[in-house]
Each structure stands twice: as structure tokens, then as C-alpha cells.
Design a protein around this ligand. Structure first.
Ligand code: RFL
Ligand code: PHB
Length: 389
């Protein structure tokens, strides 16, 4: 089999790249390890920056998003009993779009199907060969059969645990990492959201987040120790802890109900540099992870794909390798700023048992400052809605 670009991973990064390339007349094949149902069953991101929405429109996959998604002009930060709204639209010029990653992925799969694009599911043991040559190829097993794809370039879009980054010789990769001593327990419930907009809450006992997927579907998170398991958190316990972490007026408006999904995710900051080895290009979670507090993971995947698709299209249109040569530096410049913001939001709002009373006072002083300073709120707003591409 032959295609111009071999794409490993059928998450949002890989599918969006395939879609943009296809519209520019560039052939690709997507190799995904899991089933389509598994990929669509993962409940993850919910907040899209304007740049990500613009890219989805350009890719021709935003029709349902434009019909169904809500734009939020603000976001609230809660501290103990106080609730402070950050006016994103006034401070940063526009808000954010609430549209689940599951929906983005579904729209991308539908578009790939409509264009006859090849997405191979349950591709096992994907391996990269000759990435440091001009003629790389991929091998995998499909239903027990050995398969091979010859291509010009490989896009490693296979997430943090994928094979792409691990295929780069250790001596060619610098890794930067911070692992946080807690995780997020997330619950999806068929209940109306507790508030009109998102609420990020700092409470002495730990962080909580009120988010949503629609007017009848809510998504909530609470900070949990890494040792906790989902089985430790029956619904009653979750609702009780969540309401304790919220200001009284929000807790009073909270509508509880049975959870329809419940999972624990550890928090991590991670960057691999550079995002290229020969003809292998890393994009999205394959190259970097942010803690979800800033809502940046999916948005960084989108900006990587913006740079990578532009670079590949430039190459195929006129043999121009400038974009390919600049890809890693351009992507990383944006990645590091989102890493900084996500680390800052995480540091501000979570309980860090090991930083003690001094650390807690620092957080309180910073929140006091944020609530009182338009300049500080502008910094938050500018980063939250997304820095320009
Ligand atoms: P993905 O989505 O992990 O997709 C990678 C795909 O590659 C496949 N794969 C392989 N395929 C073939 N061979 C292999 N060896 C393979 N290994 C893996 C996997 O099955 C998968 O389908 O990476 P991608 O496409 O780069 O997309 C990144 C985003 O998924 C991620 O950054 C976000 O979900 C992060 N995130 C959030 N981002 C936001 O922008 N806003 C948010 O509000 C937000 N909230 C979140 C989040 C992530 C969370 N978790 C669970 C990590 C909330 C949570 C709780
Ligand atoms: C979500 O809705 O899942 C969500 C929203 C904002 C975040 C993280 C997750 O920062």
C-alpha cells in the first residue's frame, strides 16, 4: 500500500490532519489501534479555542458545531465562598466554545467516511521504519495479517502512550516533565449544569470544576489522591464532596443524578523536543501533555495540526521545505506558553499537601490579587481563550 502521508493514531490530531490533507489533494492512511467505538467512547475535552474552531471550519467539519455548540463569554473562579467571573469577551475580545471532544471526533469520522478516507482500526503492532531516510514505511498487523504502507512522511498522532515518540532514538530527544501528586475524578451526568458558565473552584480540601456538554448534560471533576480508584467513589460520595468544594450558592443550584461515566485521570506536564526526527513529525499528545486545568490539550493538538498541515501542503504544492524545517520550533513556541498557563492554573487552584501552610497562603494571595486586578484577569483571559497561532 502507498500514500503520501502515513498517520499513526485516529484521535483528533490524526483525523484532522487526514481531513485537511485530503482537502488539499494529499493522500494519507490513518492507522488506529482501537475500535472506532472505543475512540468515540472516551470522554475528554470540552472547551475549544477560537483558533481550533476556525481550523475545524476550514476542514469542513464544523457544520454541527456551528449549530449546536455554545459560546461562553466568561468563566468563573471560586475561592471558598467567593465566586468571581472573568469576563473573557471584555478582556480578551471573545469567549470559548463548549463542544465535546467526542463530538469533534465523531464529526471528523463522519467527514472521513464521506470523503472515502482510509482509517484502519484495530491496527496492531504499528512500527516505524526508515524515518531518517527519504523513503519511510510503516508495518502493522490487521486481523493477524502483516501489512505495509510506504509513504513520504509519517505523522505521529498516537497520543502520550503511542509508538511514535518511542521510536525516536533517546539521544535525539529531550524530555521535560512534571508529575502532579493528584488526579481528577470526572463524572458525566444527565443533569442540567449547576451554572451558565464553567466554574473552577479552589477549596481548602481540593480543586473542583463544573463544566458541561449541553443544557442537559453536565461534566464535573474533583481533585483526588493518585491512590484512589473509581470504586472508592460511589455517586453519593462524589456529589457530597463536589458540593462541599463549591460556594454555597452554586452548591444550592447543583442538580445531582446517576453518573453515566466516571473515570480518574492523573495530571502531568510533559514536552518532548524536537517534535521531528527525519521524516517523522509528532503532533498533539504524542509530543506534549498539559494538566487539564487550562483546557489546552485538544487546542494544542489543533495548533500543531495547523502548522503541520500547512508545512506538508507547502511541500507538495511547490517543493517548499521551509515549513517542514520550521514545524518543530513553531509548534513548540506555542506549546510552551500553554504549558506555562496550564501549570499556573493547576498550581493556583489545587491542594498541594507538600507545600504546607506557606504554599496555601501564596495561593490565597494570588487569588485575592486576581479578583482585584484587571491586569491579572486580562492575563488569565488572554491565555484561556487561546494565544494566536
Ligand atoms: P489522543 O486523543 O490520545 O489520540 C491518540 C490516538 O492514537 C491511538 N494510538 C495508536 N494507534 C496506533 N498505534 C499505536 N501504537 C497507538 N497508540 C495510541 C489511540 O488509541 C488514540 O485514538 O491524542 P490526540 O489526537 O493528540 O488528541 C489530544 C487530546 O485527546 C487531549 O489533548 C485532550 O483530550 C486533553 N484534554 C483537554 N483538552 C482541551 O483542549 N480541553 C479540555 O477541556 C480538556 N479536558 C483533557 C481534558 C484530557 C483529559 N484526560 C482524560 C487525559 C480532560 C481530561 C479528563
Ligand atoms: C471538560 O468539560 O471536560 C473540561 C472543561 C474545562 C477543563 C477541563 C475539562 O479545563
Amino acid at each position: 500500500m502507498r500514500a503520501q502521508v502515513g498517520i499513526i493514531g485516529g484521535g483528533p490530531s490524526g483525523l484532522l490532519l487526514a481531513q485537511l490533507l485530503d482537502r488539499a489533494g494529499i493522500s494519507s492512511v490513518v492507522l488506529e489501534r482501537r475500535t472506532r467505538e472505543h475512540v468515540l467512547g472516551r470522554i475528554r475535552a470540552g472547551v475549544l479555542e477560537q483558533g481550533a474552531v476556525a481550523l475545524l471550519r476550514e476542514a469542513g467539519v464544523a457544520e454541527r458545531l456551528d449549530r449546536e455548540a455554545e459560546v461562553h463569554g466568561g468563566v468563573a473562579i471560586a475561592h471558598g465562598d467567593r465566586l468571581h467571573r472573568i469576563d473573557l469577551a471584555a478582556l480578551a475580545g471573545h469567549g470559548v466554545t463548549l463542544y465535546g471532544q467526542t463530538e469533534v471526533t465523531r464529526d471528523l469520522y463522519d467527514a472521513r467516511g464521506a470523503m472515502g478516507g482510509a482509517v484502519i482500526h484495530e491496527a496492531e503492532d504499528v512500527a516505524i521504519h526508515g524515518a531518517d531516510t527519504d523513503a519511510p514505511w510503516l508495518t502493522w498487523r490487521e486481523g493477524g495479517e502483516a501489512r505495509r504502507l510506504d509513504c513520504d512522511f509519517i505523522a505521529g498522532c498516537d497520543g502520550f502512550h503511542g509508538v511514535s515518540r518511542r521510536s525516536i532514538p533517546a539521544a535525539r530527544l529531550a524530555e521535560f516533565e512534571r508529575v502532579y501528586p493528584f488526579g481528577w475524578l470526572g463524572v458525566l451526568s444527565r443533569t442540567p449544569p449547576a451554572a451558565e458558565e464553567l466554574i473552577y473552584a479552589r477549596h481548602v480540601e481540593g480543586f473542583a470544576l463544573c463544566s458541561m456538554r449541553s443544557r442537559s448534560l453536565s461534566r464535573y471533576y474533583v481533585q483526588v489522591p493518585l491512590s484512589d480508584r473509581v470504586a472508592d467513589w460511589p455517586d453519593e460520595r462524589f456529589w457530597e464532596v463536589l458540593s462541599r468544594h463549591l460556594p454555597p450558592e452554586v452548591a444550592a443550584a447543583l442538580v445531582t443524578g446517576p453518573s453515566i461515566e466516571k473515570s480518574i485521570a492523573p495530571l502531568r506536564s510533559y514536552v518532548a523536543e524536537p517534535m521531528r526526527w527525519g521524516r517523522l513529525f509528532l503532533a498533539g499528545d504524542a509530543a506534549h501533555i498539559v494538566p487539564p486545568t487550562g483546557a489546552k490539550g485538544l487546542n494544542l493538538a489543533a495548533s500543531d495540526i495547523r502548522y503541520l498541515s500547512d508545512a506538508l501542503i507547502g511541500f507538495y504544492r511547490g517543493g517548499d521545505e521551509v515549513g517542514l524545517a520550521a514545524y518543530s520550533d513553531r509548534a513548540l513556541a506555542r506549546v510552551w506558553k500553554a504549558e506555562r498557563f496550564s501549570w499556573w492554573m493547576t498550581s493556583l487552584l489545587h491542594r498541594f499537601p507538600e507545600t504546607g501552610a506557606f504554599g496555601a497562603r501564596m495561593q490565597e494571595a494570588e487569588l485575592d490579587y486576581l479578583f482585584a486586578s484587571r491586569a491579572a484577569q486580562t492575563v488569565l483571559a488572554e491565555n484561556y481563550v487561546g494565544l494566536p497561532y
